[in-house]
Design a protein around this ligand. Structure first.
Ligand code: HEC
Length: 658
């Protein structure tokens, strides 16, 4: 099924691209009344007629296949009801209708015999063919991956530029090769001026198209792949790499054609001009063949989930990370030296581009220096990596998950790693290596995917057992969220009641809660909108502070802050217990309190605690016991003002630890 899908999509794309390229190259060559040129033009118009019919047919095949896939049964491909649903109710269906309507229009236009003896008519007629073809090809972008991105319009426009540039360039190669071949023969000599002109114009157009392709392709790759892991670790990324690998020889051929063959075309006919023309024809045909393979990869990418949405499978046993340099001055020094050597190599390479005379020796030297720089700089940056290193956690960093993870941890891990993660459990005594201190900053530097790998497979040489068989994947992610919270709590033990300006690093675990009968809300709902003062309270000790907050509530909301009060005993009748006076207008959590308290107590272990969470979702100040409460009321307002005054807010943390 997949092979069939690749085949029909490739056929459809290649035929559409050829159609566009042929129409554009007729326009590009311009009008001529020489017999050979006229013969070529007639052949190309015939080709357009054939191509439009074939592209339409391949498009129908794509539609039938897509319908069968969407409905999950083969028979759906021939079921009018199913086809109607796909065409009328899906975005892809709408775009299909528009594109194939344009193709039909083009077919009708090509079928009408036109009198093109007058010059204006010729341009209009050929221009219209190219325009309709381009429109049909470009419209496809509206149904591609770009349409699913935020800011879809810009993404669709970028995709359109990409596919149109590919169409004009790649599709024009074969028609150009045919023209050159005809004009390169003795009997086609009358078309030589036209062929030379066409080749020069095409070369200029191709250069513009390649630049547009590279620019738009980079933007698309950034949005759809976004990371090295996505590039080397997912099907989509690997297809892209394949595309780039094929593009390199195409560009080399194109550069050779432009520098060698093109200037020779105008030379003396018998010995220089015509042989050059025939050679150029062959090389251009070679470019076209490679380009068709690129289109095959592009068509496959069209229905492969973009890397940014797939779980990468990291293929190497190491990765590079600057974090390895944090507490290692010797490594840092070596990396620094290496980086300077790299800079030197880059300068030499640039010089080679500019200085003509010593180009090749300079370039060779530059490559050697670059290699040496990499050999010095990279090894200190390398740390172990595993296939799951860049996998995104399946469970978000949330209080409920942390609490579930804590239970699993007590059951399976505390024996060795100790109740607080310090690595001091009794089970560790009989091991060759002491169990790791899970609170160490070093643990925090590994990706969640690294932890997932270790917990799943164990670390045999150190005596750490594997849990892939005992714990379900989700439970392992819960444990990882708990370990992250352990490490965060350890790092946060010195965070005090005052905000450190512009230093947001402690991610506040998300949580869900409800107040009385109102629908459930989450901490994340406040993202980008409000500063949250999360108040864990215990009666009767917290009563004076709650009264104070109730008093301040007007000023707090005016500053854009919300108070969320959580009873630490998680009493469902918390509202009643608070009583009627003073009147509390801020939310008091009646559902979900237990998880919030358990997770946030890790950061602030005190009967009464307050955590100030900024609009991006970072904990910025912690008051334990008296804490924020001890300060005079205005101090709290000042801290919030401090947050409000921050100019460059930190990027919001990802939903998952990483
Ligand atoms: C039998 C004892 C034992 C048990 C049980 C155990 N571990 Fe370990 N763990 C170890 C040892 C030993 C190491 C290796 C320390 C080293 O590599 O130097 C380790 C390493 C780790 C590391 C790597 C830390 C780092 O920074 O290198 C993580 C994460 C970890 N364990 C998590 C867990 C979790 C989660 C559980 C429970 C699901 C668990 N371990 C259960 C003994 C144990």
């Amino acid at each position: 099924m997949i092979a069939l899908e690749v085949l029909v999509r490739w056929a459809h794309l290649a035929l559409s691209v050829l159609l566009v390229g042929t129409a554009v190259s007729i326009l590009l060559a311009g009008r001529s009344d020489r017999p050979t040129a006229l013969g070529w033009e007639t052949r190309m118009l015939d080709a357009c007629r054939g191509l439009v019919v074939l592209a339409f047919a391949a498009g129908v095949a794509v539609l039938l296949l897509q319908t069968a896939l969407l409905e999950g049964r083969r028979a759906a491909a021939l079921d009018p009801g199913a086809l109607r649903r796909v065409l009328l109710e899906t975005r892809g269906g709408h775009v299909w209708l528009v594109r194939h309507g344009l193709l039909l229009l083009l077919a009708a236009f090509l079928a009408v015999p036109l009198d093109v003896r007058r010059r204006v008519d010729w341009r209009a007629a050929r221009g219209e063919t190219a325009l309709l073809g381009l429109a049909a090809l470009g419209a496809g972008a509206a149904a591609g991956h770009a349409a699913a991105l935020p800011g879809a319009l810009a993404a669709i426009a970028t995709d359109t530029v990409h596919v149109l540039a590919a169409g004009a360039w790649v599709g024009g190669l074969l028609p150009l090769a045919l023209l050159l071949r005809r004009a390169g023969r003795a009997e086609g000599a009358d078309a030589r001026p036209l062929a030379v002109l066409a080749a020069r114009r095409f070369s200029r157009l191709a250069l513009a198209c390649v630049l547009a392709l590279v620019a738009s392709g980079s933007v698309i790759a950034w949005a759809q792949v976004g990371s090295v892991a996505g590039l080397v670790g997912t099907a989509y990324g690997r297809l892209l790499l394949g595309k780039l690998a094929l593009l390199a020889p195409i560009l080399a051929l194109a550069a050779l054609n432009r520098r060698r063959h093109l200037p020779a075309l105008g030379g003396e006919a018998l010995r220089v001009g015509r042989p050059a023309m025939r050679r150029l024809a062959r090389f251009v045909a070679g470019e076209a063949a490679l380009a068709l393979a690129v289109l095959g990869l592009a068509a496959t990418m069209g229905f492969t989930p973009p890397a940014a949405h797939a779980e990468p499978d990291w293929p190497f046993a190491f990765r590079l990370s600057l974090e390895t340099l944090a507490d290692a001055p010797a490594r840092a020094a070596r990396a620094l030296v290496g980086s300077q050597v790299l800079v030197l190599g880059a300068v030499a390479a640039l010089a080679a581009l500019v200085v003509r005379r010593a180009r090749w020796p300079l370039l060779g030297g530059a490559l050697v220096v670059l290699g040496a720089g990499a050999a010095i700089a990279l090894p200190p940056l390398a740390i172990d990596a595993y296939p799951t290193t860049y996998v995104r956690p399946a469970v978000p960093y949330q209080a409920a998950s942390i609490v579930a993870g804590a239970a699993r941890y007590r059951e399976h891990c505390a024996v060795c790693h100790g109740p607080t993660g310090a690595g001091d459990g009794p089970g560790g005594l009989r091991l060759a290596r002491p169990p790791a201190d899970l609170r160490a900053p070093h643990t925090g530097q590994h990706t969640a995917g690294d932890l997932f790998w270790w917990i799943t497979r164990g670390i045999p040489r150190a005596g750490m057992p594997a849990f892939g068989a005992t714990l379900a994947a989700e439970e392992r992610w819960d444990v990882i969220n708990y370990v992250r919270a352990l490490s965060a709590a350890h790092a946060a033990r010195n965070m005090g009641p005052t905000v450190e300006p512009d230093r947001a690093w402690l991610v506040a675990p998300d949580f869900a809660y409800a107040v009385g009968p109102t629908p459930a809300r989450t901490l994340k709902d406040y993202r980008g909108r409000r500063v949250v003062l999360l108040t864990l309270y215990a009666l009767p000790g917290s009563r004076p502070r709650l009264a104070q907050l109730a008093d301040l509530y007007g000023s707090l909301t005016a500053l854009g802050a919300e108070v969320v009060a959580v009873p630490t005993d998680a009493a469902p009748d918390a509202l009643r217990r608070l009583g009627a006076a003073p009147r509390i207008l801020f939310p008091v959590v009646t559902e979900g309190a237990a998880d919030i308290v358990a997770a946030y107590r890790m950061l602030a272990a005190a009967p009464h605690a307050e955590l100030l969470i900024d609009r991006q979702g970072y904990v910025r100040a912690i008051g334990r016991g008296a804490g924020l409460a001890a300060a005079e009321p205005n101090a709290l307002l000042a801290e919030i003002q401090e947050l409000n005054a921050e100019k460059v807010p930190a990027p919001a943390p990802e939903e998952h630890v990483h």
